[in-house]
Structures are given as C-alpha cells and as structure tokens.
Design a protein around this ligand. Structure first.
Ligand SMILES: [Zn+2]
Length: 202
C-alpha cells in the first residue's frame, strides 16, 4: 500500500485504493482528504468543485474516544492565562478510552514557543499573548504538519478569551468550530465563527 491513496465516489460505490497515511477522495462536491488515525478520523474538504455524476461526500470529524470534555479546555485556559509567555499544551489519549492534559517540555518566548511533540497527542493548544489575535501564523502552519486538531487561544486577559480550531492533515488545514472538538460549552468565544472580514490570515 502506498502512502497516498486515490478514490472516486461513483454511484456504484467508492473505487480506487486507500493510502496507508491518507486518501484523496474525489466526490460530487469536490476533493476531500480522508485520514484515519488511532484517535481521530477526518474527511476534510480541501477544494470545492461540482463534479457531475459523482456522489457527494459529507465533511466529517470523528474522535474515536468521543469529543474532548469541556473541562480540559477550561483547565487549559487557566494554565494559559497564568503564563505571560506563549505556551503549548497537549491533549493526549491515555489508557483505552480517556484523555489527559499535558504540558510538554518547552521554551516560551513572548511570541513563539519551541516544544517537543508528545506521542498520542490528538489536540494541541497554544496561546497568543500580548494582544496578538487568535489566528494561525506561518510558524503554526509549519509546526502543524502532522495529523491532529490544533487550537489557538488569544485575548487571555479578557473574561472570555477567543479561540479558533482547525484540523491539520499533513499540510492541509481545515477550520472547524470549537463545538466539533469539545463536548459541552467552553468558557471562550469561537473566533472561527465570526464574520469573514474579521478573520486574520497569516
Ligand atoms: Zn500561533
């Protein structure tokens, strides 16, 4: 099996081979990237297009152990708020069916953090201190070249910080609402749901 696979959504079913890491799927509504990891599965839209004769596909994000309970986000917000520097946290799968919040070894500066990536990380979170908004920078893009969800949190000095989530799929990025990642309500504003003109592009 090769690293990348290619499939087409024909009315008679999917044809083509899956890849060992990821699979490009051409559907009636565009091109998707399909990744199935041990903790996370995603079918991310990467290029919309109307392809006549093919079956449409539903974008999908699925946490095999269930969405992350909101208390992990609340705990993370407290840790990020207590730090004057940019900080990186990891939510990892532990045991057979649960999650834990970890703080990997890191060196945080006012803008930027260097960290070691822990195994079984399913969601990573990092802060943007000092008035930097909740957007993903070019540095974030090069840090997030694997498969997983990443969350950026900003406005930590406000009652409700702002956060934004995306699924990272081997160099492709798919913005998703925080409610797709966390179960229950979280104590921050989803910056990804704000109108387009307020969004920042790195
Ligand atoms: Zn960042």
């Amino acid at each position: 099996v090769s690293f990348a696979g290619y499939q087409v959504c024909l009315p008679s079913g999917r044809s083509g081979e899956r890849g060992s890491a990821y699979t490009y799927v051409l559907a009636g509504n565009g091109l998707f990237l399909d990744v199935q990891g041990p903790l996370l599965e995603a079918s991310a839209p990467i290029a919309p297009a109307q392809v006549r004769g093919l079956v449409e596909m539903e974008p999908r994000l699925f946490f095999r152990r269930g969405k992350i309970p909101s208390r992990f986000m609340d705990l993370a917000l407290g840790v990020l708020q207590a730090s004057a520097h940019e900080k990186y946290l990891a939510i990892r799968g532990v045991g057979l069916d649960s999650y834990s919040l970890s703080e990997p070894e890191q060196e945080g500066r006012e803008a930027g953090v260097q960290y070691s990536v822990l195994p079984d990380t399913v969601v990573n979170l990092h802060s943007h201190p000092g008035g930097l908004p909740a957007f993903f920078s070019g540095t974030d893009d090069s840090d997030d070249q694997g498969f997983g969800v990443s969350v950026v949190v900003a406005n930590l000095d406000e009652l409700f910080p702002r956060a934004r989530a995306r699924v990272c799929l081997y160099g492709y990025f798919w913005p998703v609402p925080l409610s797709w990642v966390f179960e229950g309500s979280v104590a921050c504003i989803d910056a990804g749901l704000e109108p387009e003109e307020h969004r920042w592009h790195a």
